[in-house]
Design a protein around this ligand. Structure first.
Ligand SMILES: Nc1ncnc2c1ncn2[C@@H]1O[C@H](COP(=O)(O)OP(=O)(O)OP(=O)(O)O)[C@@H](O)[C@H]1O
Length: 491
């Protein structure tokens, strides 16, 4: 059949329908008209038993991008990439700069929820813009959801809620994560792009696995925390000598969970009120870190100022302008107290919705007040220690891409005799030539370990000598005292 033969009768049918509709509107009595409309609607529902819901991209007068729309967009991204024939691609500005695909205009994808079939389509309205002098068009997109009317309640009650939740979760996973630092009572942020992961972290595999499982269990335990009536938070205390990987582990935690990091500098916080303000402003899915807690807060209630200690005799004090900036940053009358911090951990913190981890680090766990680190506040205590042979092997795999080497035996022996931090081991394993030579790096480590062993031996000998001398001096003093006493007795 030729196109002309098809369209000619169709055109006249449409024209007749429009004619009857106009006549109906003009001459049909109003009371009867509402009845006819009601029955015609019922007829349409019978023939077309589907419900459609539209989600517009922009809502309200201020043309804010609708949250529901962007959640649906994220939710549909994985379905679109497998089902849609025409796709749009965009780079998401997350830490991986990954490519995200979504369906193109007028495409349709299907979905299934508890046995219900649903269809999503992306539509577009084009309007002429009135604002510009130049001819311009405005495109407004919308998602349309279609499903059978018999599932109305299930879709409205459960399906849409799950779509929005999943869509928001995808958005959080794809977002660019941030590292916040406080300057006084204000947070400022930069993009968080630390490459550390648990794979690159050198520590005993069982211990590493335990921490990973603990973190993942926590991140999925929203319902559990709600059921037992506890705030969804968990405290970690990382302790160990400098250079054993405390900061590296925090970065690995943030990367594992996809959380933001808040690096809270307590010495720059004026008082408990400021502390409270800062903490209320933290978002969910975040890790709040207080490094070197023993230096940041005097556990008797008086604060010390670690930065001040470090630069006491430095150049910073000589420049009056820098001194002023420093004083502004570290006000002298700071009064953050241990009890203020504990209140935050126990009380106020609980009022903020969403999951949060709080991590304290210290080089001296023995200096910390037991109240601060009891379970419930710091739930998990993790010791990061000197490099073991197992941890070294993880570093060697990472840095040198080797799992065994003839020099490993000697290194294992030396690790049994001398302590070295993973930071120092890592430094020896850094490439010394271009391209990196494995043997040169391993020999550098052996040399470093032997040197450290020698130094430790000299130090031990010196200490023993000093102790001996001290002992000699003590016994000499005692002898003198005894002879003075004896002389006195004789007189
Ligand atoms: N366990 C580890 N695994 C892998 N790399 C490590 C480890 N420990 C330390 N490093 C390396 O050493 C460097 C210093 O480590 P890091 O800053 O994490 O130590 P730290 O314990 O936080 O030290 P500090 O107490 O002085 O802050 C890191 O950049 C990292 O490359």
């Amino acid at each position: 059949m030729a196109a002309k033969d098809f369209f000619t009768p169709l055109g006249s049918i449409i024209a007749s329908l429009m004619f009857f509709w106009a006549m109906f509107q003009q001459y049909f009595p109003y009371e009867l008209r509402s009845h006819v409309e009601k029955y015609s609607k019922r007829l349409v529902t019978l023939i077309y038993p589907y419900i459609q819901i539209t989600f517009h991209e922009f809502t309200g007068e201020r043309f804010m991008r609708s949250e529901a729309y962007s959640a649906i967009e994220n939710y549909l991204s994985s379905k679109s990439s497998t089902q849609a024939k025409r796709l749009k691609a965009d780079i998401v500005r997350n830490s991986n700069q990954s490519l995200v695909l979504s369906m193109d205009d007028h495409e349709e994808v299907s979905d299934e929820f508890e046995g219900i079939k649903l269809w999503w389509s992306l539509g577009k309205n084009i309007t002429k813009s009135q604002v510009s002098f130049y001819p311009a068009t405005d495109e407004k997109r919308y998602y349309k959801l279609t499903f059978h009317k018999r599932y109305r309640e299930k879709v409205l009650d459960s399906y849409l809620a799950s779509v929005l939740k999943e869509g928001k979760a995808i958005k959080v996973r794809n977002r660019m994560r941030k590292l916040y630092t406080n300057n006084g009572s204000m947070w400022s942020h930069v993009v968080f792009e630390h490459p550390a992961t648990f794979q690159t972290l050198a520590m005993e595999p069982e211990k590493k696995q335990e921490i990973i499982e603990d973190l993942i269990t926590f991140s999925k335990a929203e319902d559990f925390y709600a059921r037992i009536g506890r705030a969804w938070k968990r405290g970690y205390l990382l302790y160990g000598p400098p250079g054993t990987g405390k900061s590296t582990m925090i970065a690995a935690m943030a990367n594992l969970l996809g959380y933001d990091l808040y690096d809270l500098e307590l010495t720059a916080v004026r008082d408990n009120t400021e502390l409270r303000k800062l903490l209320i402003e933290t978002s969910s899915k975040s890790i709040i870190v207080i490094e070197d807690i023993d230096c940041s807060l005097d556990l008797t209630g008086q604060r010390t100022n670690k930065k001040k200690e470090k630069v006491e005799d430095g150049d910073e004090n000589k420049d009056p302008r820098q001194k002023l900036v420093k004083e502004e940053r570290e006000p002298k009358n700071s009064q953050v107290t241990l009890s203020g911090l504990l209140n935050f951990i126990d009380g106020l913190w609980s009022a903020c919705g969403g999951e949060r981890l709080i991590v304290f680090t210290t080089n001296h766990i023995e200096k910390l007040d037991p109240a601060l680190i009891r379970k419930g506040r710091m739930d998990k205590h993790i010791e990061l220690s000197y490099c073991s042979f197992v941890a070294f092997k993880a570093l060697a795999k990472n840095y040198l891409h080797i799992e065994s080497h003839e020099l490993f035996e000697r290194i294992d022996e030396l690790f049994g005799e001398i302590k070295m931090t993973p930071a120092d081991v890592a430094e020896h394993l850094m490439p010394k030539t271009v391209p990196g030579d494995v043997e040169v790096s391993l020999r550098s480590l052996i040399q470093g370990l032997e040197l450290a062993k020698e130094e430790a031996k000299v130090k031990a000998e010196k200490e023993a000598q000093e102790q001996e001398q001290e002992q000699e001096v003590k016994s000499e003093i005692k002898m003198q005292q005894n002879s003075v006493k004896e002389n006195g007795d004789v007189k």
